[in-house]
Design a protein around this ligand. Structure first.
Ligand code: 5GP
Ligand code: ZN
Length: 115
């Protein structure tokens, strides 16, 4: 756990969140500033700052569960007509929280390209 990381504090329960998925390696919770009817953050329990730091000798369990969680959340939220998964990585992408998180967005027509 990184003591100054807001998402680590959500994992530990020190900061409240609307949690929609809890697994062995991953949790999912609603974004505090939702950009779509469904906007959930799916994160590893373990602190890894960004996808660039992903290490396949260490991180495969949470990576697989991240996508299993996305499937379950999409199903639970009724996103059968489509949804989007997004990782921002680094300053130019707009990543604002340095703890890996996959956005799942759905429930409205999404535009492309992103800004
Ligand atoms: P990023 O811009 O880093 O890809 O996404 C970070 C996301 O985390 C943003 O969509 C932001 O609204 C969300 N977020 C930041 N702080 C909190 C928080 O304390 N609680 C929740 N639920 N979401 C947060
Ligand atoms: Zn963290």
């Amino acid at each position: 756990m990184a003591t100054d990381c807001i998402f680590c504090k959500i994992v530990s329960g020190d900061i409240p969140a609307d949690i929609v998925y809890e697994g062995d390696h991953v949790i999912g919770f609603r974004d505090i500033n939702a950009q779509a009817p469904t906007h959930v953050q799916i994160i590893p329990r373990e602190h890894v700052a960004k996808i660039s730091d992903f290490d396949p000798s260490r991180d495969t369990a949470w990576l697989v569960e991240l996508f299993q969680a996305a499937q379950k959340i999409a199903s639970d939220e009724g996103l059968d007509k489509g949804f989007r998964l997004v990782f921002n990585n680094g300053a130019l992408s707009g990543q604002s929280v340095l703890h890996v998180h996959m956005h799942i967005l759905g429930g409205r027509q999404l535009s492309w390209p992103p800004g």
